[in-house]
Ligand binder design. Structure first.
Ligand code: GLO
Ligand code: MG
Length: 343
């Protein structure tokens, strides 16, 4: 049976378009508007930061946080949607300027852990066991400011506290080599899966691949997918596109390099991604120039491109490819792929 894919995105993927050089060109939409948009687009699930579910989370009591999370859960259920994951947003607070779990300030490290534990509580209410850890500020701007060795110990100790707080949750690390940091401590899937083995429960520590992050690390996202899935550790996926080594672009899936996108879809197919309930998420942003009336096109287009590439993957002449591979005629194989994609 061919795999049926389920799709999701997060509220931040309907973004306003601010960049370091200018204010947002679009006014923010409410959570309810975004939820309605997701429903109308026919997506299946929503990704959450803890404060997407409970805004201003740091000012609220545990009781209030749970009450608000319950309201969000009800809205989701009413819309026929589920929560795919919850991620502690550990990069906005004044307490995380110098990193969260790896900050040089012990009080700030404690803040990061406390907030992560609250995030787990929210995930339980929203009905997901996946906690995504994009370790935005766990790295250095300056090599001498932190000890890499101590930082790994601190990361493992933070992960252990989360794993100990709830017996069911799974931590999915989302590696990214740089931005906002100069160098991140967990830059690739190999690093994420290696760190998993230092924790108290390696089985519950896996990863999320983001296409753009793999490309920023100089890697092929399809290889990262094959690698993670060899360990059964790919618990979520942020598909998007990235045009070379520059700032993280989060372009629509397929937008920068169709062949790289095609190979990601092929990797998902050969590994049966989704058969354990995983979703295909698009961590994409609209171009800054996008007008309000076209605000959702990047999400719809990413899914359209994914589905077109799925057809391309399923109709690829595997027999011919195999024959060319046995004959070591990679020149013809290259052309076979190009002509297949050209249609
Ligand atoms: C940024 C990341 C970010 C995360 C999201 C979930 O580069 O891709 O969008 O995926 O915050 O934690
Ligand atoms: Mg991402």
């Amino acid at each position: 049976m061919p795999q049926k894919y389920k799709f999701c995105f997060g509220p931040w993927n309907i973004s306003e378009g601010a960049d370091p050089y200018g204010p947002p060109p679009r006014a923010p939409k409410t959570f309810d508007w975004k939820l309605e948009a997701m429903k109308n687009l026919g997506f299946d699930a929503m990704m959450f930061h803890d404060d997407d579910a409970v805004p201003d989370i740091d000012t609220k009591s545990p009781k209030q946080i749970l009450a608000e999370a319950k309201e969000v859960k009800k809205k989701l259920s009413d819309a026929g949607l589920v929560a795919e994951m919850v991620a502690p947003r550990l990069w906005f607070s004044p307490n995380t300027i110098d990193g969260a779990y790896t900050s040089n300030n012990p009080a700030h490290r404690q803040y990061a852990i406390d907030r992560s534990l609250r995030c787990i509580e929210i995930a339980k209410v929203l009905g997901t066991d996946v906690i995504v850890l994009w370790l935005a500020r766990e790295g250095t701007y300056m090599r001498e400011s932190k000890s890499g060795r101590q930082s790994i110990d601190l990361l493992v100790s933070a992960f252990d506290k989360m794993l100990g707080a709830d017996k069911k949750i799974r931590l999915a690390i989302e590696p990214k080599p740089n931005e906002p940091m100069d160098h991140a401590y967990i830059p690739t899937i190999g690093h994420a899966l290696a760190v998993a083995h230092l924790t108290r429960d390696p089985k519950r520590v896996g990863c999320v691949i983001e296409s753009a992050h793999a490309i920023l690390a100089g890697l092929d996202p399809a290889d990262e997918i094959d690698f993670a899935m060899s360990f059964n550790k790919l618990w979520s996926l942020h598909l998007n596109a990235q045009n070379g080594l520059k700032f993280d672009q989060d372009k629509p899936f397929g937008s920068a390099n169709l062949r790289v996108a095609f190979n990601q879809v092929r990797a998902l197919e050969r590994n049966h991604y989704g058969s354990d309930g995983q979703f295909v998420c698009f961590d994409v942003h609209p171009f800054r120039t996008t007008k309000e009336e076209h605000w959702l096109a990047h999400l719809d287009n990413s899914r359209k491109t994914f589905l077109r590439l799925l057809e391309k993957s399923r109709s690829f002449d595997e027999k011919r490819a195999k024959a060319l591979i046995s004959d070591r005629d990679y020149q013809a194989l290259d052309q076979l792929v190009i002509e297949h994609l050209l249609g």
